[in-house]
Design a protein around this ligand. Structure first.
Ligand code: FAD
Ligand code: 2HG
Ligand code: ZN
Length: 545
């Protein structure tokens, strides 16, 4: 399929005489419909197609913690009596459950981590979560909280036989205030569903990411997901106003504040934001949602060097100011993977080493168009940007965004992918991709044929947040590749004072490497907090803490 020929009318080229009337003026309702094109959330395809290994085979050094009990019929009978609903339990302990029924809960989205869980529980209320955790704690049964299972660091699936407690049946929107924009909802509400609900009220969820059709807001908060518009709406540490969580001993922590300002003592909810299910289970959140912008423009630009990408970003901040809502970087290799996997074509003619997707959103389309037009003309005339197009309607806007959001999935298309999501000061950010690419070539691991495990080394991400996604697309997971990448990548990041995880968290994938980003004192305090909340260690064991 040729992407370009499908777009009608043809994408407007930047800095041509036709750049007179703004896209937003012509299509004032673009943003209002941006995320509500489908009524049912789109389920993501798991990446890769080949058979997945068990984590215990890939990492035999991880041993089952003997403190944890083995599941028995008696345990299962208790959960059945508690949940009283067959659809709330997937029982592979006493039931004749097919492996296929358990596999979606055992296998992660990348098909890289697979556990041996035999029991999945789907509570329908906070009280049920409380009873489940209390029973597990009393009986030393280990637990993995699971939302949409789209996490990218192996944190959402068990390693051994931990019980998966899924929030998939907890999906009520509990409260929304149309004046303040404050939403209170169950942890299991799918992100796209929450956003569709808000769109109808003129609001937007302050987080958007490629997995929105599958991930859940409890999972988003538990990973402190960043996403495509952090630049505009900030981190969940700022927008989440309160949480309801269940501690391992069954205590319900009700801190569902609807206040933007509350300076009374320790802010305990912050500990759960990004805790990755290690200290308790989030059952609901309260979040401040901004007004949805009426006018949205998306420009897609080809850039000749990383130096020029930085200049374009600087100019975008200066000239677009408060209407800038996303500034995303893609190298030609990353988009190349997307186009190949999707059999699609670039929106621009000719190839450029780098591309950026710039989104503006505001309340006054004339004002926004004027600003964007002036900005694009300026950066073209200064030769900061080589070529570009601006979306003229919702279909084009969606298509440009799809090419950015689809890279994550496309990079696993050849069989697997090693993913690193890193924060590095902007000036050094892209050097990591070049160094890793060279390292793979020098080691004879990267090539065109099946003899080589590595297909390509690509970089893309949220330039506006100094957050790079380094993806090493492979034909198969291979220890030689892993050894060439780790700890090399982490040492590299450490040498630039970066962070080994900007947004996906540590999970199992980066468990050994926390020391590259946090010092001993900090890790020591984290361990004390873990022991305070979860003295029996039942919450998401074998993961980062
Ligand atoms: P899961 O994957 O089910 O769980 C993630 C972690 O949270 C696990 O450790 C789990 O134990 C824990 N957890 C889940 N629910 C709860 C709960 N209720 N209480 C306590 N712990 C819980 N991330 C970004 O930050 N930015 C992006 O742009 C982005 N894009 C993505 C695009 C794609 C295509 C994919 C597949 C993933 C992307 N991610 C991104 C990864 C991101 O972390 C997840 O998509 C999302 O935030 C996780 O939500 P989930 O419901 O799937 O959680
Ligand atoms: C994105 O920004 C996500 O697309 C996923 O954070 C990145 O898959 C990845 O490495
Ligand atoms: Zn990201």
């Amino acid at each position: 399929m040729a992407c370009r020929s499908k777009l009608t009318p043809v994408l407007r080229r930047v800095a041509t005489p036709s750049l007179k009337k703004s896209v937003a003026a012509a299509h004032p309702a673009v943003y209002a419909t941006r995320c509500i094109s489908s009524t049912a959330p789109r389920q993501l395809q798991a990446s890769g197609t080949r058979g997945a290994k068990f984590t215990t085979d890939s990492y035999p050094e991880i041993k089952r913690d003997e403190r944890f009990a083995q599941l028995t019929k008696e345990h299962v009978d208790y959960f059945k009596s508690l949940l009283g609903n067959d659809s709330a339990i997937v029982d592979g302990v006493t039931g004749e459950m097919a492996k296929d029924d358990l596999q979606p809960f055992n296998l992660d989205w990348m098909r890289k981590y697979q556990g041996h869980c035999k029991l999945v529980l789907k509570p329908g209320s906070t009280e049920e979560v409380s009873k489940i955790l209390k029973y597990c704690n009393d009986n030393k049964l280990a637990v993995v909280p699971q939302g949409g299972n789209t996490g990218l660091v192996g944190g959402s699936v068990p390693v051994f036989d931990e019980i998966v407690v899924s929030t998939s049946r907890m999906k009520q929107i509990r409260f929304f205030d149309e004046v303040s924009g404050i939403l209170v909802a169950d942890a299991g509400v799918v992100l796209e569903v929450a956003d569709q609900f808000l769109a109808e009220k003129g609001y937007i969820f302050p987080l958007d990411l490629g997995a929105k059709g599958s991930c859940q807001i409890g999972g988003n908060v538990s990973t402190n997901a960043g996403g495509l518009r952090l630049l505009r709406y900030g981190s969940l540490h700022g927008t989440v106003l309160g949480i309801e969580a269940v501690l391992p001993d069954g205590t319900i922590l009700n801190d569902l504040s609807k206040l933007r300002k509350d300076n009374t003592g320790y802010d305990l909810k912050q500990l759960f934001i990004g805790a990755e299910g290690t200290i308790g289970m989030i059952t609901a959140i309260s979040i401040h949602c901004p007004q949805r912008s009426k006018a949205v423009n998306v420009a897609f630009l080809g850039v000749e060097s990383y130096e020029k990408m930085q200049q374009a970003f600087r100019e975008a901040k200066t000239q677009l100011g408060e209407i800038l809502s996303a500034f995303e970087l893609m190298d030609s290799q990353s988009l190349g993977l997307y186009y190949k996997a999707k059999d699609a074509e670039s929106a621009l003619e000719g190839e450029h080493p780098f591309y950026c997707l710039i989104e503006t959103s505001g309340s006054n389309s004339d004002h926004d168009s004027e600003k964007l037009e002036a900005f694009l003309e300026d950066i073209m005339s200064k030769e900061i940007v080589a070529d570009g197009v601006v979306a003229q309607d919702e279909t084009q806007l969606r298509s440009l965004w799809n090419s950015r959001e689809g890279i994550s999935e496309a990079s696993g298309h050849w069989g697997g992918v090693y993913k690193y999501d890193v924060s590095i000061p902007l000036k050094d950010m892209y050097q990591l991709v070049e160094d890793v690419r060279k390292r793979m070539e020098d080691a004879g691991l990267k090539g065109e044929t099946d003899d080589y495990p590595v297909v390509d080394v690509v970089g893309y991400g949220h330039m506006g947040d100094s957050n790079l996604h380094l993806n090493v697309a492979v034909r198969r997971y291979d220890k030689k590749v892993e050894e060439a990448l780790e700890p090399y990548v982490y040492e590299w990041i450490n040498s630039k004072n970066g962070s080994i995880s900007a947004e996906h968290g540590l999970g199992l994938a980066k468990k050994k490497y926390i020391g590259y980003s946090r010092n001993e004192t900090t890790v020591g305090l984290m361990k004390q907090i873990k022991n305070l909340y979860d003295p029996n260690g039942i919450m998401n064991p074998y993961k980062y803490i």
